[in-house]
Write a protein that binds this ligand. Structure first.
Ligand code: HAM
Length: 418
C-alpha cells in the first residue's frame, strides 16, 4: 500500500481560513517596527552549520539536539536556520552593514527546531525578529521593550503578558559567577539530573533554566548573578530599569532568566503569556549580544534584539482581531456570455480597485452558481445573462442585505457600487 502523504510532524499548513489573521498581525507588526525606523532584511533559510554552532553555542539544547542538519551534494554540512540572529549578523558582516553604523533591521520567516511537538511548540514555526547594531546604551534595550509593549497594546493583549528581565552582566563577571555556580552545584551533585551534571562544566548557567520540578528547590537557593554584577553591568541594568519605570512599563526581575542561546551578555528579557503554564509560554524573547559580531569575524559592534513566535502571538491575539473584509463581487455568466463576462470583470477590476471580482465561468445551473456565490462570502452577485449582455446591463442581487435586486446599465455600475 502506498503511504499517505502528510505534512511532517510539527510542521503546519496555514490554510486560507486562517491566513487573514496572520496577515493582519504581520501588518500591525510591520507598521509598528517601521515607526521605530526598522528596515527589512531577508537572508537564507539554510546556512553553513558552523554558523549556528559558533553563534548559539555547542552546549545548548538547540545545537545539541534540535538542528535540522544535512550534507548537501558537495558534502558540505548545512542546517535549516533554528533562529534568525545568526543569519542576520552573518549577512550584516558580509555586506558591510554593521561596522561603525547604526542599523535597525527586522526579518520574518520560518525557523526549524527538532523539538517534541505540542501546542505552541512546533518543528517549523515563524518568528518575527528585530536586531539593532551599533547602539550600546541601555536606552536601546529599553526601546526594544517599549516597541514590544506598543505592539501588545495594538493587539490588545497587554494584560496577558508579563515582562521578565535580568542581566547576565559582562563576560568577566559572568565567568566569575560561573565559577561560583559550579562550586555550588558541585556540592549538590546528587541532586542534579543527568543533563545538568553534563552541563556543569560546559554551560552551568543553563542549569538555572532547568524545568525539572525536582531541581527547583536547589535552583531557587543558587547564588544570584545580579549580586555578582560589576559596576558597569550594574549601571547598565539600573539605567534600563529606570527608563522602564519612567515609561510606566511593568516588569519582574527574574534572576533565573538565562536564555537558551549562548550569545547574550548584559540585558536579557522575555514576555511571558500569563494565561499559560509551562515551557511554551514565552511569546517574545531577546537581549543584548555585544560580543557576537566580533566572534563571527566582524569588528566589535554592540547589538541587541528580540524575536517573537508568530504562532504563539496569533493564538493569543486572534479573538481580539476582526480582519478587514474586502467587498467581493461575484460575477455570474452563462455559456453565451462567458467571454464578454470575463472582459466585464477585467473592466470592473480596473475601475473598482479595492474590490475583489470573482468571475464564475463554469457551465453549471444558475442554482449552483448562486450557491457558490453565497459560499464565497460575496456581498453581491452580478448576473450577466444573455438579456443583460444584449442590453448592456447587469443585474445586481444583494446576497447579505434584504434589498430588492435591480438591473442597471453597465455604464452606471461604478456609481451604483461605490
Ligand atoms: P528564542 O527564545 O529561542 O530566541 O525564540 C524566540 C521566540 O520564538 C520564543 O519566545 C517563542 O515565542 C518562539 N519559539 C521558539 N521555539 C519555538 C517552537 N519550537 N515553536 C513555536 N515557537 C517557538 C531566539 O530565537 C533569539 N534569536 C531571539 C533574539 C533575537 N535575541 C536577540 N535577537
Amino acid at each position: 500500500m502506498t503511504k499517505k502523504l502528510q505534512a511532517i510532524r510539527g510542521m503546519n499548513d496555514i490554510l486560507p481560513s486562517d491566513i487573514k489573521v496572520w496577515q493582519q498581525v504581520e501588518s500591525i507588526i510591520k507598521e509598528t517596527v517601521a515607526s521605530y525606523g526598522y528596515q527589512e532584511i531577508r537572508f537564507p533559510i539554510v546556512e553553513d552549520t558552523s554558523l549556528f554552532k559558533r553563534t548559539i553555542g555547542d552546549a545548548t539544547d538547540i545545537v545539541e539536539k534540535e538542528m535540522y542538519t544535512f550534507s548537501d551534494k558537495n558534502g558540505e554540512s548545512l542546517t535549516l536556520r533554528p533562529e534568525g540572529t545568526a543569519g542576520c549578523v552573518r549577512a550584516g558582516i558580509e555586506h558591510g552593514l554593521l561596522y561603525n553604523q547604526k542599523q535597525r533591521l527586522w526579518y520574518m520567516g520560518p525557523m526549524f527546531r527538532h523539538e517534541r511537538p505540542q501546542k505552541g511548540r512546533y518543528r517549523q514555526f515563524y518568528q518575527f525578529g528585530v536586531e539593532n547594531f551599533g547602539m550600546e546604551n541601555p536606552a536601546t534595550d529599553a526601546e526594544l521593550i517599549l516597541l514590544g509593549a506598543r505592539l501588545w497594546q495594538k493587539l490588545r493583549i497587554s494584560e496577558k503578558l508579563e515582562l521578565q528581565i535580568n542581566s547576565l552582566g559582562s563576560k568577566e563577571c559572568r565567568d566569575n559567577y560561573k565559577k561560583i555556580l559550579i562550586e555550588y552545584f558541585s556540592q549538590n551533585l546528587d541532586k542534579l539530573d543527568s543533563d545538568s551534571q553534563r552541563r556543569l562544566n560546559t554551560n552551568p548557567l543553563r542549569i538555572l533554566d532547568s524545568k525539572n520540578p525536582e531541581m527547583q528547590d536547589l535552583i531557587a537557593k543558587a547564588p544570584d548573578l545580579l549580586e555578582h554584577l560589576d559596576d558597569e553591568s550594574k549601571k547598565h541594568f539600573e539605567e534600563l530599569t529606570s527608563i522602564l519605570d519612567q515609561a510606566k512599563i511593568k516588569y519582574v526581575i527574574n534572576p533565573r532568566l538565562v536564555r537558551g542561546l549562548d550569545y547574550y551578555g548584559m540585558t536579557v528579557f522575555e514576555w511571558i503569556d500569563v494565561t499559560k503554564e509551562g515551557a511554551q509560554n514565552a511569546v517574545c524573547a531577546g537581549g543584548r549580544y555585544n560580543s557576537l559580531v566580533s566572534q563571527l569575524g566582524g569588528q566589535e559592534t554592540p547589538a541587541s534584539g528580540f524575536a517573537l513566535g508568530l504562532e504563539r502571538l496569533i493564538e493569543l491575539s486572534k479573538t481580539n482581531l476582526k480582519p478587514k473584509q474586502q467587498t467581493i463581487l461575484y460575477l455570474i455568466t452563462t455559456e453565451k456570455t462567458v467571454t464578454n463576462g470575463m472582459l466585464l470583470a477585467e473592466e470592473l477590476r480596473d475601475k473598482l480597485q479595492n474590490y475583489c471580482v470573482i468571475c464564475d465561468a463554469e457551465n453549471t445551473s444558475m442554482k449552483a452558481k448562486f450557491k457558490r456565490a453565497d459560499k464565497s462570502g460575496a456581498d453581491m452577485a452580478l448576473v450577466f445573462g444573455e438579456d443583460e449582455m444584449i442590453n448592456n446591463e447587469v443585474t445586481i442581487k444583494y446576497l447579505r442585505d434584504n434589498v430588492d435586486q435591480k438591473t442597471i446599465k453597465l455604464i452606471e455600475i461604478t456609481n451604483c457600487l461605490v
